[in-house]
Write a protein that binds this ligand. Structure first.
Ligand code: GLN
Length: 308
């Protein structure tokens, strides 16, 4: 692996080269509150598995993690009820449909990293009620992100709860076919709360770095996520983390990643580092355009592709 100074130079170069794309794409507005961000805002974090940190741009900006929360939902469901139960309720295969489509569901959602799949994994998180489940999620996020400042962005939550008819339909459908066993409204509530967690790029890259470290804390002292759970999570992020673009992205970038419609992308390079980019303008799939350009460039210049 390259030394930190060289990594820093390549990050700088990729950021400069990506500036021409900073007006490409649109910010997500279907959750009205997401429209209230600076669409040209940019930040990035790189954290090695030994805990070296590089921060770029407006790295203090907190944003709602949106679909990046699907990684946490999956980890917690796997830890709480085990692999067999999880995959009796949700598939393991990519899908050609949009992240919020109701279409791929017949007997269960295609995978845990689209909305229908994450609503399913949310229903498998232990806790007596929504409050307790969400408290456990926040504690897990604080642990994995090494942060004592995990936010709940209430405006984003309220805004999505008012407009999320598609996710409500998905939750009710999953309930009607017996995939969700609890109240559909409560599971929807937990799913949207998890999407509304506010973190910055350093906190998200820290989560990515822990996963890159096989689930161990970056000081090597504690196993924060079960190794088997890390294995499953990274495999599914590779196959399904960038929605209907996952195959194309995997060829181009070559490491497990997960995006969210607020403009964040986390990338995990096992044994090397965790990365997070933030740039809110998106392509048609709901993935950050500038983030993808940067990850694609540094995959080559820093030799991060896990396949070659
Ligand atoms: N909260 C968003 C939704 O359910 C998350 C989607 C995303 O980030 N792709 O629509």
């Amino acid at each position: 692996m390259k030394n930190l100074k060289e990594v820093d130079e390549k990050l700088e170069r990729a950021i400069i080269n990506s500036e021409i794309y900073k007006f490409d794409g649109e910010i997500a507005t279907y959750i009205p509150e997401l429209a209230n961000v600076d669409s040209e805002n940019f930040a990035m974090a790189y954290i090695s598995t030994s805990g070296e940190v590089l921060l770029k741009g407006n790295s203090k900006t907190k944003f709602s993690i949106q679909s990046i929360s699907k990684v946490i939902d999956l980890i917690m469901a796997l830890e709480d009820v085990g692999e067999d139960k999880v995959f009796s309720k949700v598939g393991k295969e990519p899908t050609e449909y949009k992240f919020n489509s109701i279409r791929p569901i017949s007997d269960k959602a295609a995978n845990p990293l689209i909305n229908a799949g994450a609503i399913t994994t949310c229903s498998l998180i232990n806790g007596a009620d929504v409050e307790e489940k969400f408290k456990r999620v926040l504690e897990k996020v604080a642990l994995l992100s090494n942060s004592d400042d995990v936010l709940f962005l209430e405006e984003v939550y309220n805004s999505e709860m008012k407009t999320t008819d598609i996710n409500r339909s998905i939750a009710y459908y999953l309930k009607s076919i017996g995939i969700i066993e609890d109240s559909a409204d409560e599971i929807l509530d937990l799913y949207v709360r998890n999407c509304s967690i506010g973190l910055d790029v350093k906190e998200l890259a820290w989560i990515a770095a822990v996963l890159a470290n096989g689930g161990k804390s970056l000081d090597g002292k504690e196993q924060l996520v079960d190794r088997e759970v890390v294995k499953i999570t990274l495999a599914l992020m590779s196959a399904c983390g960038m929605y209907e673009e996952s195959g194309k992205y995997l060829i181009e970038v070559g490491f497990p990643s997960k995006s969210g419609v607020s403009g964040g992308i986390i990338g995990i390079i096992p044994g090397v580092c965790g990365i997070c980019t933030y740039s809110p303008r998106l392509d048609n799939s709901g993935n950050s355009i500038r983030g993808k350009k940067i990850l694609s460039e540094i995959s080559k210049t820093l030799d991060l592709n896990i396949f070659i």
